[in-house]
Design a protein around this ligand. Sequence first.
Ligand code: GDP
Length: 440
Amino acid sequence: MFKNLSDRLERSFKILKGEGRITEINIAETLKDVRRALLDADVNYKVAKSFTDTVKQKALGQNVINALKPKELMIKIVHDELTSLMGGQEAPLNLSGNPTVILMSGLQGSGKTTFSGKLAKKLKSSKGKRPLLVAADVYRPAAIEQLKVLGESIGVPVYTEDGNKDAVQIALNGIAEAKRNHQDLVIIDTAGRLAVDEEMMREIEAIKNAVKPQETLFVVDSMTGQDAVNTAREFNERLDFNGVVLTKLDGDTRGGAALSIRSVVEKPIKYIGTGEKLEDIQEFNPEGMASRILGMGDIVELAKRAQELYDQKEAERLQEKIKKNKFDFDDFLNQIHQIKKMGNIKELASMIPGVGKVIKDIDIDDSAFTSIEAMINSMTPYERHNPEVLNQSRRQRIAKGSGTSIQAVNKFVKQFEDTRKMMRAASNMKNPMKMMNQLK
Ligand code: GDP
């Protein structure tokens, strides 16, 4: 995410390294670089200029009283200003009303339908909501079909009306249906066009006036840079939406939209989409994002994701198994699935302070787990529950079945056994002598 911008900012701060204090001269050079980095990231030029002006003022003002070195002081000020540029604080959804109605708007291809599914899934699992998805795109049967498939995969019902061309009526009927079935959240997916068009605007305006949603969200593809900001402005003038959803932040998007939208449209970014999978959704946190841009990690987001997936009962069950040395390949596979649910591995690692910078040029992806999963899937249930029975001929069969090699299987089984020993020792930490003996 924003790799280029991160690299460029890091380089601009280097100018200040070794300087005793911030002066008009050394700061001018740094800020010229910062501004260029922002413009190259496709940040709106007015936004970039006012950003560097503010940073300059603050840096010169704090210079005398601050104990930080010039480079650190500058990083801190830029961090604070990036945070405030992106809205300062998180902007949670208004989930009042019964049902809560959320209306999606945006151009075709922006990721509206995908996001509707992601949000339904997220609010169902984290807030215990009972969502209904409403397909109000009356022009593209494929879009309705897509929503149905999404709904099915997350276990959320989808309201559709074959043949009805009145999107307002469908939206209203959808809400009535939700009330009848005691569903407390309605997410309305609407039609988009390839470009802003009067008929589309009129239709979504009519839906908004009729259903009076708690939230109207504008979904936009962050890869489109300044176009995203312009489209946001046009939609906002007509719809006066409540918040922005920035999608496709996982690609090599330069960051311009994320950094400019808030100050141009004066509406908060509420969510971001970071991949095609339904788990790839995050509440937008300006401070965390500023930290990530500056390569400082985002431990809050990491903790939040871990928390969401934490299952007390499962943790206790595992602890018990570990103590009894019964942790098996099925548990291992389960753990891999849990980690995968938290998101893309490289993205997760980049949230750990200090790690992001180190790994930014290294290729890590989820395929790291693929061969391990294949090996476990090639084991019989008996073998999975009894790792110790894996003799050479069984290992040979597993290597063949998983398309790996006997060496790879041997290595994995050895690592698994070592891990098991370590975990067991750690679970007996209260008794250090016992732990030492087990490790022998
Ligand atoms: P809609 O026309 O606005 O409903 O857009 P869709 O939901 O159909 O999405 C258009 C394309 O973008 C699809 O191929 C999605 O898989 C993809 N997409 C949506 N959100 C994201 C995201 O956050 N990251 C990536 N990489 N792709 C996304």
